[in-house]
Design a protein around this ligand. Structure first.
Ligand SMILES: Cc1cc2nc3c(=O)[nH]c(=O)nc-3n(C[C@H](O)[C@H](O)[C@H](O)COP(=O)(O)OP(=O)(O)OC[C@H]3O[C@@H](n4cnc5c(N)ncnc54)[C@H](O)[C@@H]3O)c2cc1C
Length: 449
């Protein structure tokens, strides 16, 4: 049978019935890119992926991959490429005793959590429960409890990969260890299709508590100074995000600052102590309102971020990693705080300091603070304006940045090179490995402008 025949109706060439809806469905963002792949393979298993790679070789097509479609730049949708869609790889198989799970790249955060939570286990999946494991883990993966658990990719113990020439290989610490090094952080620069992730999973924290405080924008400098000042001493079990937005807080007079702090603890006492610097701080008196340590049952109840990102709306997203002090960052951010273009648009100031020691892997760049800039709108006429707002404010922060986090892969919109996302050594190794594993550059790699 021909390669096309083997794929049957799972292969859609441009112009086929179903192609356009599959092309649009490949992108979670309501804003769809104009780019048109030559064909789309709606893969159901690893054999389909192998066949797709052989077909791409036969037709001299480049290959792109898509799992959950959350890439802001829609990095998986490329002109003229064969798009291998692995969103149907949704199996989750848990070995409770070994505390491992084998998950498909199409598994969403909410899916893995609904399997693990009843078993008293968890995996630090993305803060939006609809992000899929594929792109999340490849790009590093900063999920719940990231400062204690580290990036999700650090919990990848092995991967099953279909290579550029259509071979299926396992990569781990001892087999194909260079591929294993690359898969943990290469993001859209990876040169293979991951068909399964073998993950270490973690015992669910006994106590999860949330403190949320809504502050007026007038105290922005004070808040940023405080968060920066205590970034290292903030307990590793605390995730801290400061959202500047109008939406979540429903403020009638424009944006306010919602400081969310989340403790993943082994006891109530540990949770209280960890949240104390936020709950008992003198600054707390300046909050418009606050919740001082609400218990939640599990990750599934942490819906604050989901609420910021409903499906169907249009999004532009960029980020900056910085080691600069709040004294330098606060004035640089003030123009963005003052001009957020829609109520749902937001800026998120995240304490990234204090990752646990990480293994040697492609994910290699970090900083004390991650600043995310996000515009959210629903009218296509506003696309250019909303993208410019994000791009311009991210550019304004560049003098204070050490780089960015691949999760928003904004290379294309800001004209950045991959060296903004990796240490020089890691990027050089990644390029060498790409030439080794994919000498014909069958895979499309990063989406550059
Ligand atoms: C609403 C929202 C919330 C987010 N929250 C977080 C968060 O909390 N933490 C965080 O770290 N990031 C977060 N992100 C960023 C997100 O992790 C990345 O955009 C990630 O790439 C999304 O994965 P995906 O599979 O859904 O995307 P896709 O667009 O499907 O994949 C992105 C790229 O990853 C590669 N890829 C995906 N699967 C495979 C595979 N199986 N084999 C080979 N390559 C593959 C491809 O190059 C693809 O272009 C968020 C994004 C959005 C839109």
């Amino acid at each position: 049978m021909t390669l096309e025949g083997r794929l049957g109706r799972k292969l859609l060439w441009s112009g086929d019935d179903g192609y356009e809806s599959a092309r649009r469905a490949a992108v979670w963002n309501g804003r769809k890119p104009p780019r048109r792949p030559a064909g789309i393979v709606l893969a159901e298993d690893a054999d389909d992926v192998v066949t797709a790679m052989l077909l791409a070789g036969e037709r001299a097509l480049q290959v792109s991959v898509r799992a959950g479609g959350h890439s802001t730049s829609a990095a998986g949708v490329r002109d003229g490429a064969l798009l291998v869609d692995v969103s149907r790889f949704t199996a989750v198989n848990v070995d409770v005793r070994a505390r491992t799970a084998v998950v498909g790249p199409g598994v969403l955060g909410q899916d893995i959590d609904s399997v693990l939570d009843p078993l008293g286990l968890y995996f630090p999946h993305g803060h939006c429960s609809s992000v899929a494991m594929g792109g999340f883990l490849l790009g590093g993966g900063l999920g719940w409890n990231w400062r204690a658990a580290g990036p999700g990719c650090a919990l990848v113990r092995a991967v099953d990969v279909v290579t550029a020439d259509g071979e299926t290989v396992r990569a781990d610490e001892t087999r194909n260890s260079d591929l294993y090094w690359a898969v943990r952080g290469a993001g859209p620069g990876f040169f293979g299709v991951v068909t399964a992730f073998h993950l270490e999973i973690l015992p669910k924290p006994a106590v999860i508590r949330v403190a949320a405080h809504n502050y007026p924008l007038e105290v922005a400098e004070e808040i940023l100074g405080r968060l920066y000042g205590i970034r290292h001493e903030t307990a590793p079990i605390v995730d801290q995000s400061l959202f500047v937005t109008q939406h979540v807080t429903n403020s009638p007079h424009g944006p306010t600052m919602l400081l969310g702090t989340f403790a993943f603890a082994e006891s109530e006492r540990e949770a209280d102590e960890a949240l104390a610097p936020f709950v008992n701080a003198p600054l707390r008196n300046k909050a418009i309102w606050g919740v001082d340590g609400m218990p939640v049952a599990g990750l599934g109840d942490l819906t604050m971020t989901d609420d910021l990102y409903p499906a169907g709306l249009r999004y532009a997203h960029d980020n900056v990693l910085s080691n600069a002090s709040a004294d330098a960052l606060a004035p640089a951010l003030a123009p963005a705080f003052a001009t957020l273009p829609t109520p749902r648009s937001h800026i998120n100031w995240v304490n990234l300091s204090g990752f646990p020691e990480l293994p040697d892997m492609a994910f290699s760049l970090s900083g004390d603070t991650l600043i995310e800039l996000v515009t959210v709108w629903d009218d296509s006429e506003q696309d250019a304006r909303m993208q410019s707002w994000v791009t311009d404010h991210a550019r304004g922060l560049e003098p204070l940045a050490v780089g960015g986090q691949l999760s928003s892969d904004s290379m294309a919109s800001r004209g950045l090179a991959p060296d903004a996302y990796f240490t020089a050594d890691a990027l050089s190794r990644l390029n060498t490995l790409r030439d080794h594993w994919d000498p014909a550059h069958r895979f499309v790699s990063f989406l550059l402008s």
